[in-house]
Design a protein around this ligand. Structure first.
Ligand code: MTE
Ligand code: MO
Length: 361
């Protein structure tokens, strides 16, 4: 994969290609331009022929389907959703400061907000005559080849049928007003708003309704949350919590960590994301969390699956400063203060107060 197709990103790993958005680009606009959108791959980056690519829909359905892109777009109503996509490993770097963790050291840029378009996964499942019931799952199989622990397989995950039946869970074919690009899963991917990036499968080739989660190694062993006392040696994947919804979180995007600033007023800005309730406030502390300032919110009120951007101007005197941010949601919930409280050996779901150090001269 020529890395030059994403020159705006900070590369975390070249093979497979993994790259995040530089923080200052994230707060430049409510939706993240596709050129700036992070990329998270586990294996190869397929480039299926759009004209011949087919999607099969089967399992616990009455009428299995085999669709090409043109039929999908012609036979089903077009749907759009503005939704945040976030890697479960976003902000993992902050956990590394506590103790080693597995995986790439993502900063706060393994997320992006996009306008997705396509068809409702529920409409397709209904057309296939899905048998609705409790405890069912929709397994999604993809084209990219992954390698893990000496095993080669194609990427696959699953989501609960209830999430699959949400009208805004999409088989997306477009992103930000254009056809999906190769990096983001062309010609079709799943967009499950609010769910961890991993469940938003790219390069989808098959959808299967079944009575158990996907048996794919990605679903079985990855993206599981463990308590802090569990290590790589003691972890039993079957006992880990399958990461689906993402937690309340926020981060400072400007100024950058370790920035050198001039004395005077400085703009501090960042993102906030919430799971179940809208963001109510985002606060900034200049004294390690003893007192807090209220930031100005840019809430994307028409789009419940979108993120919130925030900013504040603060006077900074000469010296070293720690800027600390935390968000509250509409249920009054907030983020843990320390990464010691969120640490887990796989480095997922880091949402402790975000801290940035700057030097004012
Ligand atoms: N087929 C496939 N789908 C995938 C992945 C992958 O490696 N292969 N990575 C997942 C993960 S972990 C994330 S965070 C998102 C990232 O989506 P993006 O690369 O479009 O930003 O895709 C998800 N879907
Ligand atoms: Mo991810």
């Amino acid at each position: 994969m020529p890395i030059s197709t994403k020159p705006n990103l900070t590369v975390r790993r070249e093979h497979p290609f993994n790259a995040e958005t530089p923080a200052e680009r994230l707060v430049a606009a409510m939706t993240t331009p596709t050129a700036d959108f992070y990329v998270r791959n586990h294996g190869s980056m397929p480039e299926p022929d759009t004209a011949t690519h087919r999607l099969s829909v089967g399992g616990m359905v009455e009428k299995p389907l085999d669709l090409d892109l043109a039929t999908l777009e012609k036979d089903f109503e077009r749907r759009e959703v503005r939704a945040l996509m976030q890697c479960a490993g976003n902000r993992r770097r902050d956990l590394l400061a506590v103790a080693p963790v597995a995986g790439d050291p993502w900063g706060p840029g393994a997320l992006g907000n996009a306008d997705w378009s396509g068809v409702s996964l529920a409409d397709v499942l209904k057309a296939a005559g899905v048998k609705e019931g409790k405890g069912l799952h929709v397994a999604i199989d993809c084209l990219d080849e992954c390698e893990m622990d000496g095993e080669t397989f194609t990427y696959g995950v699953s989501i609960p049928l209830e999430k699959a039946m949400h009208p805004l869970t999409l088989i997306a074919t477009g992103m930000n007003g254009e056809a999906l690009t190769r990096e983001h899963g062309a010609p079709m991917r799943i967009v499950a708003p609010g769910f961890a990036g991993a469940r938003n499968a790219k390069w989808v080739r098959a959808i299967t309704v079944q009575d158990h989660p996907s048996d794919n190694p990605i679903q079985r062993t990855e993206y599981k949350l463990f308590p802090s006392e569990i290590t790589a040696e003691t972890a039993d994947p079957a006992k880990g919590m399958t990461i689906e919804p993402m937690p309340l979180n926020s981060a400072i995007c400007i100024p950058a960590n370790h920035a050198n600033l001039k004395e005077g007023r400085t703009t501090v800005a960042g993102w906030a994301v919430s799971g179940s309730h809208p963001i109510a406030r985002v606060e900034l502390s200049l004294d390690g969390g003893r007192s807090w300032l209220q930031t100005e919110l840019e809430n994307d009120t028409d789009h419940p699956w979108s993120w919130t951007l925030w900013s504040i101007e603060v006077p900074l005197c000469v010296g070293d400063h720690e800027l600390v941010a935390r968000a509250f949601d509409a249920a009054g919930q907030t983020q843990p203060s320390l990464s010691d409280d969120t640490w887990n050996y796989k480095g997922y779901l880091e949402n402790a107060w975000h801290r940035v150090h700057v030097v004012v001269g």
